[in-house]
Design a protein around this ligand. Structure first.
Ligand code: NAP
Ligand code: GDP
Length: 329
């Protein structure tokens, strides 16, 4: 069967890639697979995208017409603080290879992935799409942040010089099934789910890093997946778009710990280790642009999404091959 659109998803085995695959395969409405689409989900086993040669071989093999570019070295606050150069170099190489090979292969549209943690540290709130380059990022993740910011610069350059339709999205903190649940290197929700699960199972103390006061907006990976699919099919700008829940849905790290305790039904208490870093206090982002395009989009309730993530983690805990405990850099 021939398809008009061959959509290549880099990083298809990660948190966001797996969520897109699930929505494409299961959604019965507007986000499900269309007849003229063929979706290909890559893992790092298909080739190391830090290598230009490996990237070219993948594009030669699949001949994509569209690309969702997710592959990246990704990690929570503590991993970002440890490996700043790796975050800068790996992501620069991966992004340059994917964008340039897409250009050479005349790919019709590329949607890459930035993050709200790449915005200037000293800023006014709420943050919006126009503010990416307005000042240095937080020192804890400047390697990742500068590599990601350059995607936006590259998109504009490819467009202005060649007319390429390369764009990007800016999600807030993402969580869900297939996340990296490593105890040290993961993001806060999967890290705390794992710690709370062990506290309940083994009677170990449940310790939350930092003061619990920082504020974050979290998006469930399955909601983000739907928005990615909409961006690929319908969003026509080169400029990025923030994909986030609203400002009123921002929660503290303490709220996160409480939601996890609830979902796991953990009866013990927990403490804060204030010797550990808090990272950025907040990075409150505006989803006004998104709501102008999709005023009726329904986000999953935070508590429901945490419960589904806990269920997925619990069901797969003994299946070591399904649970990612992260790549050692
Ligand atoms: P993830 O779960 O860590 O998955 C990363 C994906 O990238 C995996 O499929 C991995 O393949 C692949 N990959 C990593 N290095 C590679 C390489 N050198 N060559 C080829 N493939 C490579 O990440 P995620 O959380 O889904 O993140 C997806 C995108 O969203 C990233 O661009 C990230 O920056 C962005 N984002 C994430 C968050 C968040 O909170 N997680 C927030 C904002 C933005 P293997 O599975 O084979 O290793
Ligand atoms: P960030 O949003 O980019 O800073 O990334 P994270 O998802 O790593 O969230 C970091 C925030 O959660 C900081 O305020 C941390 O102090 C706090 N936190 C509490 N416990 C943990 C944990 O077990 N892992 C991580 N990554 N952060 C934690």
């Amino acid at each position: 069967m021939s398809h008009d659109k061959v959509i290549l998803v880099t990083g298809g085995s990660g948190l966001v890639g797996k969520a897109i695959e699930r929505v494409i395969e299961n959604d019965k409405g507007r986000f499900g697979k269309m007849e003229d689409e063929k979706w290909i989900f890559l893992t790092s086993k298909d080739g190391d995208l830090r290598s230009a040669e490996a990237t070219r071989a993948i594009f030669d093999k699949y001949k994509p017409t569209h690309v969702i570019h997710l592959a990246a070295l990704v990690g929570g606050l503590f991993k970002n603080m440890k490996y700043k150069l790796d975050f800068l170099r790996d992501n620069l190489l991966i992004n340059d290879n994917v964008l340039h090979t897409s250009h050479e292969h005349k790919v019709k549209k590329v949607v890459s992935c930035l993050s709200t943690c790449i915005f200037p540290d000293k800023t006014t709130y709420p943050i919006d799409e126009t503010m990416i380059h307005n000042g240095p990022p937080h020192d804890s993740n400047f390697g990742y942040a500068y590599a990601k910011r350059l995607i936006d610069t590259q998109n504009k350059a490819y467009h202005d010089q060649f007319g390429d339709k390369f764009t990007s999205v800016i999600p807030t903190n993402v969580f869900g099934p297939h996340d990296n649940y490593d105890l040290q290197d993961s993001h806060v929700i999967p890290g705390l789910i794992h710690k709370c699960y062990l506290a309940k199972k083994n009677g170990t103390p449940f310790v939350v890093a930092g003061s619990g006061k920082p504020l974050r907006q979290f998006i469930y990976s399955r909601d983000l997946a739907k928005l990615f699919i909409w961006v690929l099919r319908e969003y026509d700008e080169v400029d990025p778009i923030i994909l986030s829940v609203g400002e009123k849905d921002e929660v503290s790290i303490k709220d996160v710990a409480d939601a996890i305790v609830n979902a796991i039904d953990f009866k013990g208490g927990y403490s804060f280790d204030t010797t550990k870093a808090d990272g950025q206090y907040k990075k409150t982002a505006s989803n006004e642009k998104l709501l102008k395009y999709l005023p009726d989009f329904q986000f999953t309730l935070f508590e429901t999404a945490v419960k589904e993530s806990v269920e997925w983690f619990t069901q797969n805990y003994d299946n070591a091959h399904l649970i990612s405990f992260g790549n050692n850099v």
